[in-house]
Design a binder for this molecule. Structure first.
Ligand code: FEO
Ligand code: CA
Ligand code: CA
Ligand code: CA
Length: 734
């Protein structure tokens, strides 16, 4: 969803000991192919340890060392703008049919069968190569693949002929809104001489919705916290919702992060009393579900059927364990969910060990055979935390090629340790394990943890207990393919202040050092905060996934180019580079380019949301900077931070500007780096139900106005996936 602010380098030397393993592995996989499980191919095991490069390099082999395209100017046009010499085309949009017999999308609010159509609000996305005969996983396939993508949310007014109806919500409307959420697996193909198209009738096409049965795995499986009327054993749950960032695992599955799931549920105003004010109330409050708060869509008002009822999580039953109502339903959401895109029959796996919070993407550490792996993750809410998961199992290279992919996932993602980050003022930091054996957690006054599963499921409370550092809304994270450093977008934070006046606000600190005011469209200055966000990066001590100490700096500070370079525009961004509210973040393994995507509401007076290409250096390539804040009583407050080297014009450039009222999110590529897939989420989402009948009131008509689908220049806007190619056939960004 959109989060508007007021609401809701030169490549240096590489001292990493770890070679760019995935690249070597991918090359090897491409030679051999990987047999696809469950679709009729005979399985053969491919075993062996790949030869890793003897010496690591910070730049990606065959990568780009200078961005040569002409930067795209900021603009507010209702179109997708890319540099000269590049072409952007729509691959699939909201409502496009994914199965035989499903009619074309009329886009007039009368369409149905969303469980067999593309969902809405295309978000995180990954590319899963498929062999040319369509039988096998083939990571280096550049012409045929499965795109796996999140459908985070919906612009519900456009799903219905005349917008949404008031509560109680008509069941017919809710029955469309629920399945438009979730995840899609879609086969795509590029014929010789043509461009990528999705295949309507592919047997791989699949929608996973908030109704699709899922397994609960890891420490939370079968725990008392998971018992519901739907699954009294606490081993399964129904569906996934508000999926935001994604990651591709080294073994060829999708990790999809459940983000703002809590808002879909409600509990009545007497629920705290009904629960006897037990510890579940502390948990519900910490995860944002206060008694009496309204749900986002009111689906629970659509009838007594279980598919609606589950969204009311009030305690209504008489059981001691919650097996006769949905009082525990919220504990079954908020996870990294693993999905095998190659097996349409497989069940999504909710990996509870990776913690329960507002997940975005999960960045894998560089893999080293014989050592554990790490997955880095952010919790996107104001003043939430940065986490990492460290597997108990040591990485075995052959696991990347197994065809029982979800069993590999269980091996690395169900048994391990969860850590949270503390950032120090001197540019160092610590990872603190969230363990029930930590006295700060076991003896925490704010919540009585029962066991280790309770610590994972209530990770936010455990992180509170150990004094983790409150961050400016951690969004996506990504691993630099050369250096192995971990990058995090911190999108913005209206609650970052110089004077802390309440527990819901955080004081400026070294890693979140800015609090300033901005004006929008010539209006008055707004309330101070981190208006434009920043991108932080971390280097693990000894480059080890298991490290408990790290170094950090801020790669880039978002800002308007004309803002004060002493207080706000600390990275000295130019008009070709300036951006606000970084969100999506993804590194190309083919080119080494870091793609930065925005979900902004602060600088949208100057430009629609955008995507930039970047060639970052490494932690410590810049300098310390001291910001001179002034408290309300006039006393000074100096905060020293660490700013990455100012990017040269050839190291950071705006590559794309989206259509009106959209956010740019989701990024993946063909393994040769010559086709880049990007999602344009919720163009024209600002629409009142009363205005749906009048197309002149629509903020955007994209992609209908670009010739895609029904409706033409007056079409209802649609979230969509685009593919970008270079007209000379070269790598994207070169
Ligand atoms: Fe769905 Fe945090 O963006
Ligand atoms: Ca401004
Ligand atoms: Ca996001
Ligand atoms: Ca966002």
């Amino acid at each position: 969803m959109s989060h508007s602010f007021d609401d809701a380098d030169d490549i240096g030397h590489n001292d990493s000991p770890n070679a760019h393993f995935q690249e070597v592995l991918d090359a090897r996989l491409s030679r051999r192919g990987i047999l696809l499980g469950g679709l009729g191919a005979a399985a053969t095991a491919v075993v062996g340890v790949p030869t890793t490069a003897a010496a690591a390099a910070s730049a990606v082999v065959g990568g780009i060392d200078k961005l040569k395209f002409a930067p795209v100017a900021k603009n507010v046009a209702d179109m997708v703008t890319v540099p000269p010499g590049y072409t952007a085309s729509v691959v699939i949009a909201l409502g496009d049919p994914l199965a035989k017999g499903v009619p074309e999308y009329l886009n007039d609010g009368t369409d149905a069968q969303y469980e067999l159509r593309s969902g809405d609000h295309h978000d995180g996305m990954d590319y899963f190569g498929l062999s040319s005969d369509r039988t096998r996983r083939d990571p280096l396939s550049t012409r045929r693949a499965l795109l796996a993508m999140n459908h985070e949310a919906t612009t519900d007014n456009f799903l219905h002929p005349l917008g949404t109806s008031a509560r109680p919500r008509p069941a017919a409307e809710t029955a469309k809104e629920i399945p438009v959420h979730g995840v899609a697996i879609v086969e795509i193909h590029r014929p010789r001489g043509g461009n990528f198209k999705y295949l309507k009738n592919s047997p791989y096409n699949r929608r996973i919705t908030p109704m699709t049965p899922a397994e609960i795995t890891g420490p939370g499986r079968g725990n008392a916290l998971m018992k519901t009327l739907y699954n009294p054993a606490g081993t399964g749950s129904r569906g996934t919702i508000n999926n935001c960032g994604t990651s591709r695992t080294p073994w060829g599955t999708l990790l999809t992060g459940e983000e703002n799931w809590a808002g879909y549920f409600t509990r009545n105003s007497g629920d705290n009393t009904a629960r006897g004010n037990d510890k579940s109330v502390a948990s519900l409050n910490r995860y944002g579900r206060l008694a009496g708060g309204a749900s986002r869509h009111g689906w629970e008002t659509s009838g007594s059927d279980d598919m609606y009822r589950r969204f009311d999580i009030s305690k209504t039953g008489v059981s001691a364990d919650g097996s006769d109502d949905y009082r525990n339903e919220l504990n079954t959401f908020g996870y990294m969910v693993e999905i095998d895109p190659y097996d349409p029959q497989s069940k999504p796996q909710k990996r509870t060990g990776l913690g329960r919070f507002a997940h975005e993407s999960g960045a894998f550490s560089h893999l080293v055979p014989g050592l554990p792996l790490a997955v880095y993750m952010g919790d996107d809410s104001r003043n939430e935390y940065i986490y990492k998961w460290v597997s108990t199992a040591n990485w075995s290279a052959g696991d990347a090629e197994r065809d029982d992919r979800l069993a590999v996932g269980a091996k690395y993602l169900d048994d391990g340790k969860l850590y949270v980050a503390k950032f120090n003022a001197d540019g160092s930091g610590q990872w603190v394990e969230l363990s029930i054996s930590n006295p700060l957690i076991a003896g925490y006054a704010g919540y009585a943890f029962a066991d280790q599963a309770d610590v994972m499921v209530n990770a936010r409370l455990a992180a509170d207990a150990v004094g983790a550092t409150k961050m400016d809304r951690p969004e996506w994270c990504a691993t630099h393919p050369g250096t192995g450093e971990i990058y995090f977008t911190l999108t913005n934070n209206s609650n970052r202040k110089v004077d802390v006046t309440s527990t819901s606000h955080a004081q400026v600190d070294a890693a979140n050092p800015r609090s300033y005011s901005d004006s929008y469209n010539g209006g008055p200055l707004g309330s101070p905060g981190n208006v434009n966000g920043h991108i932080l990066r971390m280097r693990e001590m000894g480059h080890k996934a298991t490290a408990t100490a790290f170094k950090w700096d801020v790669y880039l500070f978002g800002a308007q180019a004309d803002a004060d370079t002493g207080k706000i525009n600390l990275s000295s961004l130019t008009g070709d580079q300036d951006f606000s509210s970084p969100d999506g973040l993804w590194f190309s393994e083919a080119t080494g380019v870091c793609w930065i995507q925005t979900d902004d509401g602060a600088y949208t007076d100057a430009s629609n949301c955008m995507m930039l290409a970047a060639l970052p250096g490494e932690v410590g390539d810049g300098a310390a900077r001291t910001l001179h804040h002034v408290k309300a009583d006039g006393t000074p407050l100096d905060v020293t931070t660490y700013v990455g080297k100012t990017p040269k014009p050839t190291q950071l450039k705006r590559f794309l500007v989206g259509s009106k009222d959209c956010e740019i999110t989701g990024c993946c590529e063909t393994p040769d780096g010559k086709a880049l897939f990007v999602n344009i989420q919720h163009p024209g989402e600002t629409i009142l139900a009363a205005d749906v009948a009048d197309p002149t009131k629509y903020v955007s008509h994209w992609p209908g106005n670009a010739g895609y689908g029904n409706g033409g220049a007056l079409a209802r806007p649609r979230s969509a996936t685009i593919v970008i190619t270079k007209d000379d056939g070269g790598k994207i960004g070169s």
